[in-house]
Design a protein around this ligand. Structure first.
Ligand code: 3H9
Length: 711
């Protein structure tokens, strides 16, 4: 899977292993053989190593991990050392993405050049491992400790220019990378390679090296939320400094790599990598359509209805994909607010260096604010982001149906309302679809795309394609109340409230959930979203006790906790009013503080209803919050609202910040063991018979009884 050719006295080793030239067994063997042959060939004076097709090797072959192929043939470390040991200068000619093992391979070469649009980096930490092909020992020798630590523990790729500035590459070039590589190789042919061998270089540890490690360690403990790879990456870089020799450092790297590789976290993160790609291969088997059969329409223009924070975020996402976008509001004031919000997003990107000022100006010019629906007659797609109310949404859909061209797709950014009901307000139900963005919409990567009964395959293909073009991850799911994400969230939120009645305080539940790895606990999240949202939904479902006639703890035969309702009725709507489950000091405040008033309200409630409060430990909190959510996931699979567990897991990883090192709720359940999850659910069902979320899904029961779970 690598070829050796010659151009004059230059040997060109070209890796050919589409799609990304991953360094699987045949590639490692191929490079090894080519390097040996080129070394022996006396007519070759220097060597260029490059990738065929779209990229330089983009890393080790992740699909080999955990299989016997990983140990076949020369290892990546062997290949790298063989390259470095060659007496003839070897030049890595990088285009595309030299990531992970690909960058390690390049660092084994004596020189590196990169095409202007190329990128390099060590994303291993996102896969639950470390750059275990000499990367943690070589990079610090090239960039110094602080930069190496940042690159390896963040996993973020660097542009060609940044790689040059940090000394990772020797030259940035334009045009044909192989020709440039050959020209560069000729310029260094005959020069001694010994001073270019990175493994022979010293690690320059600055006087404050301890402080650098300590500060990074403290930062990672805070940010990694239970993931072990970031801190292990740090430990491995530390070994480059503390080990007397490169070989000793390498041994430590290899030990740490082995420890990570065999951890459940690495398996979960690698599952997440492939899950993210699997969901792009969407399918609706009952209708015989999928990404292969349906062709997306080109989206040349779009419109967003509603210029609130959500609408502006969606508009920003469309603009980022280079799509001219109308933004509609009811009056000039609201419209201007939306325009200003988009301007502030762009301004922020410029300040943060993520976009140049000219690019921001270009994108701003693509935004077309208007008060008139008539302006939307030629757009290819409209995404409405108006108030979450069916009547209002149906009115909007009716209006859009009247003005938009027949082929235009009409999408709703609803977080859980019935897509078919919206479609029924139009004469084009085949072109109506849900696009559920998550706040803040310009940042959050998930879009839950929802097909209705009559949604056409073309409409599905178009929104999935558009989602990708906006740089987001799309998951295509069926229509039901709350869809996948919010439906599962419902069971979780309900059980969290019961924990308050029985003995927990909000900060205790939230702490256990954060310790599990979620970015915030249930009550912090409720305060952030606004407690009035859930209250409104419960009012519509007739659950709120408006006239004192409803039993305090049961509604419609189900256990019910009115604690959140009581807070709303006291004007505590969450962050926006400065008070919710926590106190935020002022309206819009963001730092949650425990609030004695809320804690007293909870204690009084338990006492009034004769609930004997008890100490509830983290393990029970986690089970009682997460198992109902997982159980609902199984119901969703059973009803074919989601087709695969990957669709559910990606929804939670990208929409709700579920910790990646556990793979997502469904993967986590498999790691815990479905039999165990099932038994615990039965245990709680006995204890809490008035909560349907403790009735195990049939699919869970079935899967739990099978030895190997194939979801
Ligand atoms: C590593 O290197 C460890 C070493 O330090 C130590 C070893 C001892 N392996 O993403 P795409 C597949 S760890 C296997 O859609 P794009 C991917 O599944 C590795 N397969 O394309 C997909 O398959 P399919 C460190 C891989 O253009 C197809 O290629 N490297 C790998 O949007 C196309 O992928 C990384 O973590 C792989 N390494 O993005 C880089 N990479 O078509 C991982 C891709 O069947 N890769 N595939 O669904 C990426 O980040 C992106 O793929 C890349 C291209 C940016 C390269």
């Amino acid at each position: 899977m690598a070829e050796l050719s010659t151009v004059g006295d230059v040997g060109v080793v070209r890796v050919k292993y589409p799609p990304v030239n991953a360094l699987g067994f045949p590639v490692r063997k191929g490079i090894w053989d080519c390097i040996q042959r080129a070394s022996r060939n006396s007519s070759i004076r220097c060597i260029v190593l490059c990738g065929d097709g779209r990229t330089f090797p983009a890393g080790a072959d992740i699909s080999e991990f955990g299989t016997n192929k990983a140990g076949m043939g020369p290892s990546l470390v062997d290949v790298i050392h063989a390259i470095e040991a060659t007496d003839k200068p070897v030049v890595a000619a990088i285009h595309g993405t030299a990531l992970g093992g690909g960058l390690e391979l390049a660092l084994g070469c004596h020189y590196r050049i990169i095409r202007k649009d190329g990128r390099v980096g060590f994303p291993e930490v996102t896969l639950g491992i470390l750059p275990g092909g000499t990367g943690t020992q070589r990079l610090p020798r090239v960039t110094g400790i602080a930069d190496a630590l940042e690159i390896i523990t963040s996993g973020k790729p660097l542009s060609a220019r940044a790689a040059l500035a940090k000394g990772i590459v020797d030259q940035v070039v334009e045009g044909d990378i192989v020709k440039q590589g050959i020209a560069f190789a000729k310029s260094v042919a005959g020069k001694p390679v010994a001073p270019r061998r990175i493994s022979q270089m010293k690690v320059n540890a600055p006087a404050n090296v301890r402080q650098i490690f300590d500060e990074m360690r403290a930062k990672l403990i805070k940010s990694s939320r239970g993931a072990i790879a970031p801190l292990t990456c740090l430990q491995s870089v530390e070994a480059a400094v503390t080990s007397p020799t490169y070989a000793q450092g390498l041994r430590k790297e290899s030990e740490l790599m082995m420890m990570l590789m065999t951890s459940g976290q690495a398996r979960a993160q690698q599952y997440a990598f492939f899950a993210e790609r699997a969901v792009t291969k969407w399918e609706v088997p009952s209708r015989g359509v999928g990404f292969k059969t349906a062709k997306p329409l080109a989206i040349k223009s779009a419109a967003v209805i509603g210029a609130g924070t959500m609408g502006a975020g969606i508009a920003m996402s469309l603009l980022s994909a280079g799509i001219p976008t109308f933004m509609i509001e009811r009056n000039d004031e609201f419209l201007q607010r939306g325009v200003d919000t988009v301007k502030s997003f762009l301004g922020y990107y410029v300040v943060k260096g993520r976009m140049g000022a000219p690019q921001a100006k270009k994108l701003q010019a693509l935004l077309k604010p208007t008060l008139s629906y008539g302006d939307l007659k030629d757009v290819d797609i409209v995404i409405e982001a108006v108030f979450e109310n069916m009547k209002i949404k149906q009115e909007v859909f009716g209006k859009l149906d009247a003005v938009c061209k027949p082929s235009a797709i009409l999408a709703s950014n609803t977080s859980g309302l019935d897509i078919d009901q919206m479609a029924s307000a139009t004469k084009r139900p085949e072109n109506v679809i849900g696009m559920h963005f998550f706040a803040p919409a310009h940042i959050m990567r998930l879009v839950e795309n929802i097909y209705g009964k009559k949604t056409s395959a073309v409409a599905m293909a178009t929104v999935m394609d558009l989602t990708k073009k906006m740089g987001k991850v799309g998951v295509l799911v069926g229509n039901c109340s709350g869809f996948v994400g919010n439906r599962m969230l419902g069971a979780y939120a309900t059980e969290a409230s019961f924990l308050l009645e029985e003995g927990c305080l909000p900060h205790e539940v939230d702490q256990a959930l954060r310790d599990f790895g979620l970015p915030m606990g249930m009550f912090q999240m409720s305060d952030l979203s606004g407690l009035d949202i859930g209250y409104k939904g419960r009012t519509e479902r007739g659950l709120i006790d408006t006239d004192g006639s409803k039993p305090a703890r049961y509604r419609n035969g189900q256990r019910y906790s009115p604690l959140a309702d009581m807070l709303v009725e006291k004007g505590r709507l969450g962050q926006k009013t400065g008070k919710g489950f926590y106190n935020y000091g002022k309206p819009g405040g963001r730092m949650p503080q425990r609030d004695p008033e809320v804690e007293q309200l909870i204690l009084d409630f338990s006492e009034k209803h004769g609930i004997k409060r008890r100490q509830i430990y983290a393990e029970e909190i986690i089970e009682r919050c997460l198992y109902p959510l997982i159980n609902e996931g199984f119901r969703i699979l059973q009803e074919e609202i989601a087709r695969t567990m990957e669709e559910i897991d990606i929804t939670w990883l990208y929409g709700y910040g579920w910790p990646r090192h556990t793979g997502g709720p469904m993967f986590y359940a498999k790691q815990v063991g479905l039999q165990r999850v099932y038994e615990r659910i039965l245990h709680y069902q006995k204890q809490f018979p008035y909560s349907t979320h403790w009735y195990p899904a049939d699919l869970l029961q079935k899967m739990a009884s099978q030895p190997a779970h194939k979801l």
